[in-house]
Design a protein around this ligand. Structure first.
Ligand SMILES: [Ca+2]
Ligand SMILES: [Ca+2]
Ligand SMILES: [Ca+2]
Length: 143
């Protein structure tokens, strides 16, 4: 039932965006993860520091200068960057918003960062990053 609803939504949304995306909607997930990684690793040293993580997901997404990211800000910027469906984007937002207060704060991202950092070297490797994103995208409500 949920799958069917999402599918119908995807088709409608895909048609609306067909001028610049495939009928199935946004980018392929490996492409999104690659793009996310390239955008986030600002100094291009193949590691993601906590500072880079904050810069990518707070500085870029926070449009009103509150130093935290609302659901609307997240959906707007993610959609702009990755051409992704609102429902997919909300799913990512809900995984990033660890305390569930509907705001993505530096505290949420810090917890997420240390959760991702399996070998506790205070840097996120692409493998660590991909593992988390695969987990999040793997839990999307459709296959
Ligand atoms: Ca880096
Ligand atoms: Ca939060
Ligand atoms: Ca690490």
């Amino acid at each position: 039932m949920v799958t069917q609803t999402v599918l119908i939504f995807s088709v409608l949304f895909g048609l609306a965006l067909s001028a610049h995306s495939s009928p199935s909607g946004g980018m392929l997930i490996p492409d999104i993860v690659n793009r996310l990684w390239i955008n986030s690793d600002i100094n291009d040293d193949s590691h993601l520091s906590e500072t880079e993580f904050f810069r990518e997901f707070i500085d870029n997404f926070d449009h009103d200068g509150s130093r935290s990211v609302s659901e609307n800000e997240f959906v707007h910027q993610w959609g702009h960057n990755y051409n992704e469906h609102r429902d997919v984007t909300l799913h990512v937002f809900q995984h990033f918003d660890l305390d569930g207060d509907n705001m993505l704060s530096q505290a949420d991202l810090s917890r997420l960062f240390h959760h991702m950092d399996y070998n506790t070297d205070n840097q996120i490797s692409k493998a660590e990053f991909t593992t988390l994103m695969a987990y999040i995208f793997g839990r999307l409500p459709y296959d």
